[in-house]
Design a protein around this ligand. Structure first.
Ligand code: ADP
Ligand code: SR1
Ligand code: MG
Length: 420
């Protein structure tokens, strides 16, 4: 058994049994904890995840170790990330319980979370997108999650006193933010030992990213916004691997990168990953299924997600305009014209931020350290590179020209143009 240091012990499928038996908040969920079945299933980049099943129930245990799992012990990473993940699961769960799994237990010294097991047919959305499965409620559900979590944690709803308290608390998640600063906003734009790409096919494309001065100016602005703009409690890693789905359920997991940051970072991460899924489809096409209809569905989902989000966010803002939010005081903006102008400008800026961050998240997944299964599962390197290049070129254009876009329809047209 591993040694216990400062109350921390790395658990495994065996030692977890005793841990659960001696933890009432877990054993009570499981009922009979005499014959537990425990399997480690973590396929994410950072942590260990166990599914625990008893004769009558089940739950998930997630433990953070003091390094990044997909790299190894050579890249140390604070296990305090589990605290921020648990805190945000609870806070986002309070604001949007229908789309966040319940937390049963958090053990701070052990960096360990016990939460609801999202049982099959729940699967990771990214895997569903690779398999070509349509989810009719996905756009509505994700818009609901994004609008509620962002609106209610922003100054449109909270007082500056509460906002500043929460911002200060989440400043503690500095190491995870620093990781994002490095792998999203810095490494892809310079030579780094961690960068990789489909080589030799994309060698020139990767070099072009490192030599594009316009791109460097834009990424600097986005990095500055990521570091400096404490707009709302964002998930911080809202890619399609952080969403689990069935035909009628959508659940957001894994907010260990959460902090008070720019709203567009979450919206962009999600939409950018849907765009990556779109460009990967040609690599998954077979004789029997050219994926054309599925590509249309992804585009419709991108469009609906933004449009639903827009409506829901504005509705929350209108409903709460005379509440305690301190950003736009009713005494100043209580005139229908100025109110509408304020909202239009806010949403336009947010749209542009989302396009910029979404593009940055696409670029890092093609020439940075952590790639996505959408492309990685395309075995033929030539085919994969063709898909990746189209996505990369669109992302570079979006990043540089995002302010020219006025509607999501124009973004869809640009995607179609990049995929002749
Ligand atoms: P990491 O922090 O390492 O990225 P994730 O939170 O993404 O870890 O979880 C890794 C995997 O574990 C997910 O891809 C999913 O398959 C599984 N998983 C995580 N949480 C749950 C849950 N609550 N219910 C079912 N499976 C889960
Ligand atoms: C080493 S970078 C690992 C990545 O995985 C997480 O999901 C985050 O996206 C992070 O950037
Ligand atoms: Mg993850």
């Amino acid at each position: 058994m591993a040694s216990i240091e400062n109350g921390f012990q790395q658990l495994n499928e065996k030692s977890l049994v005793d841990y659960i038996k001696s933890t009432p908040s877990l054993s009570s969920v499981l009922g009979d904890s005499d014959n537990l079945d425990i399997k480690e299933v973590g396929d994410g980049n950072l942590n260990f995840v166990y599914i625990v099943t008893s004769s009558s129930s089940s739950l998930v245990i997630k433990q953070a170790l003091p390094y990044i799992r997909c790299i190894g012990e050579s890249w140390p990473m604070t296990k305090e990330r589990a605290y921020f993940e648990a805190t945000t699961l609870k806070e986002h769960g309070r604001l949007c319980p229908e789309h966040v799994p319940e937390v049963y237990h958090f053990d701070h010294p052990m960096s360990l979370i016990g939460m609801r097991y999202l049982a099959p047919p729940h699967i990771i959305l990214r895997k569903g997108l690779i398999a070509g499965v349509e989810y009719p409620l996905l756009a509505e559900h994700m818009a609901e999650y994004i609008s509620k979590t962002l609106f209610y944690t922003s100054l449109l709803y909270t007082t500056t006193t509460e906002h500043k308290r929460a911002v200060a608390e989440f400043c503690g998640n500095v190491e995870l933010c620093r990781l994002t600063e490095q792998v999203v906003f810095s490494d892809p734009y310079k030579v780094s030992q961690y960068n990789r790409w489909t080589s030799p096919q994309l060698d020139h494309d990767a070099e072009a990213v490192r030599e594009d001065n316009d791109l460097k100016l834009e990424i600097a602005q986005l990095k500055s916004m990521f570091c400096e703009r404490a707009q709302a409690l964002i998930h911080g890693d809202l890619h399609t691997g952080s969403v689990m789905v069935t035909q009628d359920s959508t659940q957001v997991i894994d907010p260990e990168f959460s902090f008070y940051g720019p709203m567009g970072f979450d919206i962009g991460a999600y939409l950018g990953n849907l765009i990556l899924a779109y460009f990967a489809q040609d690599g998954h096409a077979t004789e029997g299924n050219d994926r054309k209809a599925y590509k249309k569905w992804i585009l419709k989902t991108i469009e609906e997600t933004w449009n639903f989000f827009y409506k829901k966010f504005i509705a929350l803002w209108d409903e709460n305009k005379d509440g305690s939010g301190e950003a736009y005081l009713l005494q100043i903006y209580n005139n229908p014209d100025v109110w509408q102008q304020v909202q239009t400008k806010y949403m336009r800026d947010l749209f542009h931020d989302s396009l910029g961050f979404g593009a940055a998240k696409m670029i890092r997944r093609i020439v940075g350290v952590a790639h996505v299964e959408d492309f990685e599962s395309i075995v033929d390197a030539g085919k994969r590179a063709d898909c990746e290049r189209k996505a990369l070129n669109l992302a570079k254009m979006l990043l540089k020209q995002r302010r020219k876009f006025v509607s999501i329809d124009e973004v869809i047209s640009a995607i179609l143009q990049a995929d002749p």
